[in-house]
Write a protein that binds this ligand. Structure first.
Ligand code: BEZ
Ligand code: FE
Length: 285
């Protein structure tokens, strides 16, 4: 156990490090590093961190880094599962009333989705019942925005993104870049989202198991919606009738993003789900 005098000695080290950061020319970087050093040192003192425990910590962060590939981002997973991504989201994305709220990006966004025509299905390889999502992209005052882009991605009905299953799923399966028409309308054709497990075969999975936590994300569709002159929003549509809305593994659920899909019938009589959903953008600030 450490004593008052060892804590005082530790405080002297903290202050020495902070003094050494004084020359950092980028003022914001200096502010961030100074605070980070103070908080990390305070954490070590608060829990009386042992050498063996910190060695284990270094081993863990090393494993997180070694798990990363161009298509697997274990650090994002660590940040997401421990709420840091959502804390940064709420701190930075405080939208005015009525605007579509943002939520986590997650590690499976891949730029370069195929342009899709309104009404075109992005379910290239999924036998599930089609889901038609229609609506408009609007400005805060209700004016429709023509030419807005909606970059959409979701898992297939077995719970995997195309980027997780190269060779098994077509690379553009359940991804698409839709554009609103002259009246600001869009029409996405997809399948209803399913709840799915975030990857647990790496160090973050080991940590979740140690924490006795489940790895499930509530069923959702991702969208990045943007238009010239407006703030881009990274958001989700959550399915109101699927589980884990109250215990999403990455703390991404916001009530305003939860929607109910309705059973319906296509023109040829086959079953479909439908959802009407408007995205509302904030002018660029
Ligand atoms: C996702 O929704 O794709 C996601 C978000 C955070 C962690 C893992 C997956
Ligand atoms: Fe997701």
């Amino acid at each position: 156990m450490s004593s008052a005098s060892t804590h005082q000695a530790a405080d002297l080290i903290t202050e020495a490090v902070v003094r050494n950061l004084a020359g950092t020319t980028d003022e914001r970087l200096k502010e961030i590093l100074t605070s980070l050093v103070r908080h990390v040192h305070a954490f070590a003192k608060e829990v009386d961190l042992t050498e063996a425990e910190w060695a284990k910590g270094v081993e863990f962060f090393t494993a997180v880094g070694q798990m990363c590939t161009p298509t697997r981002q274990e650090f994002i997973l660590l940040s997401d599962t421990h709420g840091l991504s959502s804390v940064v989201d709420v701190l930075t994305q405080n939208k005015p009333q009525g605007a579509t709220e943002s939520t986590v990006l997650g590690p499976f966004y891949v730029p370069g989705s195929s342009q899709r025509a309104n009404g075109e299905s992005m379910a290239e390889d999924d036998p599930d019942t089609p889901a038609h999502i229609t609506g408009r992209v609007l400005a805060l005052d209700g004016t429709p925005i023509a030419g807005a882009t909606i970059d959409v991605w979701q898992t297939n009905s077995t719970g995997f993104y195309a980027v997780q299953q190269p060779g098994e799923q077509p690379a553009q399966n359940l991804r698409g870049l839709y554009t609103t028409d002259a009246e600001g309308r869009y029409h996405i054709v997809t399948v209803r989202p399913v709840e799915y497990q975030i990857p647990t075969d790496g160090p973050v999975g080991d940590l979740l198991r140690a924490e006795q936590r489940h790895p499930w994300r509530a069923a959702h569709i991702h969208a990045i919606v943007g238009a010239p002159g407006f703030e881009r929003v990274t958001t989700h549509i959550f399915d109101a009738e699927k589980p884990y809305l109250d215990s999403d593994a990455v703390f991404g659920v916001k009530d305003s993003l939860v929607r109910t899909f309705s059973p319906g019938t296509a023109q040829d009589g086959s079953p479909i789900f439908t959802l009407s959903h408007d995205f509302v953008l904030v002018p660029a600030r």
